[in-house]
Write a protein that binds this ligand. Structure first.
Ligand SMILES: Nc1ncnc2c1ncn2[C@@H]1O[C@H](COP(=O)(O)OP(=O)(O)O)[C@@H](O)[C@H]1O
Ligand SMILES: [Mg+2]
Length: 340
C-alpha cells in the first residue's frame, strides 16, 4: 500500500508546492484522485476486517445508565478468559469510559503506517476507544454530527485488529447515529445485544432498540437484564430456617444448607422486566446480571468484577450470558454479502 503514488505525494506532509496560475484544475483532480483512492483503500480494509473478525456484536440500549458499557466490558472479558481472541471498541466520543473501567485510561495508542494498534487490556482484550484520542479527559469533546460520524468511519477502517473471534462494540446512549454509521461501515455485523434493567419501562426501551435493529437490518441476538436482584449471603446453623425483612418490609424465608450457608436475592428494582420484554418481543433472553456494588467500585478503580472476583456470582452470570450469546451466534445465519 505504501508504494502507491499517493503516499509519495508531498501532500502527506501537509506542504503543497505553490503552483503559479493554471494549477487549479490539476490540484482539483489530485484531490479527487486522493479521495477516490482513500475510499477504495477503506473499502479494502473493511472487507479485510470482515474476514479477520469472526463475530461482530453491537451492544445497545434504549437509554443511558443501564450498564451498557459495563456489560460490553463484561462480555469481552468473559469471552477472553475462555481463551477467545477479543476486541472491544468504544464508540462513545463524548463520554468514553471503557478505558477507565479496564484501568487503561493512561494508555496511548500506537500508530504505525497509518494503522492504529489497539491497547491490550486484561486477558489480552484489544481495546480501542475514542478516549485514547482525547488529550484532556476532563474537557468535554464537542463534535459536530458529520465530523463525528466521519471520524468513526475512519477510525473503524484504520484499526489493525488482527484475527479476532469476537469484536464487541459499545455505543453512547441515546442517538442512533453512531450504531447506524457503524452498521453501514463495518460489513458482516452478526447482530445486536440489548441491555435493559428490570423495571417495567424496560419493555418500552427494549422495544425501541429491537425496532432500531430491524430498521438497520440486523438480527437481535437477545436481551440482557442488568442490575437484576441483589443477593445477600450469610452463614449460621446448618439446616435451619432463616427469615429476613425484604425491601418492602415483607418477610423472605430461606433455609441454610448443610454448611450453614444461606443466600437471598432481593429484587431491588422489581424483577423480570428484561425477561418479559424478551418474551413479549419474541427475541431470546440472554440472562440476568445481578446488581453488584462491586461493579460500581470496579468502574471507578479500573478492576472489573470479573477480574477482581473471577469465581464470584457476577462473573458466573456473565459467563452464562456469553454462553447464550455464543449459542445465538452459532444459530443465526449471517448474510454472506461481502463488500468487494
Ligand atoms: N450490575 C450492576 N450492579 C451495580 N452497578 C452497576 C451494574 N451495572 C452497571 N452499574 C453501574 O451503573 C452505572 C452506569 O453503568 P454504565 O455501564 O456506564 O452504563 P451505560 O453505559 O449504559 O451508560 C455505573 O456506575 C456502573 O458501575
Ligand atoms: Mg456507556
Amino acid at each position: 500500500m505504501s508504494d502507491s503514488p499517493i503516499s509519495h505525494h508531498s501532500g502527506e506532509t501537509g506542504v503543497q508546492p505553490a503552483v503559479e496560475g493554471g494549477g487549479d484544475a490539476s490540484s482539483e483532480q489530485k484531490v479527487q484522485m486522493e479521495q477516490a483512492y482513500a475510499q477504495m483503500r477503506r473499502k479494502m480494509r473493511m472487507s479485510q476486517l470482515d474476514e479477520e473478525i469472526k463475530h461482530k456484536v453491537m451492544v445497545l440500549s434504549g437509554k443511558g445508565g443501564v450498564g451498557k458499557s459495563t456489560v460490553s466490558v463484561g462480555l469481552a472479558l468473559s469471552l477472553a478468559r475462555q481463551g477467545k481472541k477479543v476486541g472491544l471498541m468504544d464508540i462513545d466520543i463524548t463520554g468514553p469510559n471503557i478505558p477507565k473501567m479496564l484501568g487503561l485510561d493512561n494508555a496511548d495508542l500506537h500508530v504505525e503506517d497509518g494503522q492504529i494498534f489497539p491497547v491490550i487490556g486484561p486477558h489480552g482484550v484489544k481495546v480501542i476507544s475514542m478516549a485514547f484520542l482525547i488529550e484532556d479527559p476532563d474537557k468535554p469533546v464537542i463534535w459536530r454530527g458529520p465530523i463525528k460520524l466521519g471520524a468513526i468511519q475512519q477510525f473503524i477502517g484504520d484499526v489493525a485488529w488482527g484475527e479476532l473471534d469476537a469484536l464487541i462494540i459499545d455505543f453512547p446512549p441515546g442517538t442512533s447515529d453512531e450504531p447506524l454509521t457503524v452498521s453501514q461501515s463495518l460489513p458482516g455485523i452478526d447482530g445486536v445485544v440489548i441491555v435493559t434493567t428490570p423495571q417495567e419501562v424496560a419493555l418500552l426501551d427494549s422495544r425501541k432498540s429491537i425496532n432500531f435493529a430491524k430498521t438497520i437490518s440486523l438480527p437481535c441476538l437477545g436481551v440482557v437484564e442488568n442490575m437484576s436482584g441483589y443477593t445477600i449471603r450469610g452463614t449460621t446453623e446448618p439446616n435451619t430456617k432463616i427469615s429476613i425483612l425484604g425491601p418492602a418490609g415483607t418477610p423472605i424465608e430461606t433455609q441454610t444448607d448443610e454448611n450453614g450457608d444461606w443466600g437471598i436475592t432481593l429484587d431491588v428494582f422489581k424483577s423480570g422486566g428484561g425477561k418479559s420484554a424478551a418474551i413479549e418481543l419474541e427475541v431470546p433472553f440472554l440472562g440476568a446480571l445481578p446488581f453488584d456494588p462491586g461493579i460500581v467500585r470496579g468502574g471507578d478503580d479500573g478492576v472489573h468484577r470479573i477480574i477482581a472476583e473471577p469465581d464470584g456470582p457476577t462473573a458466573e452470570a456473565f459467563d452464562n450470558v456469553v454462553r447464550n450469546v455464543l449459542n445465538e451466534l452459532e444459530n443465526s445465519s449471517r448474510p454472506s454479502v461481502r463488500i468487494s
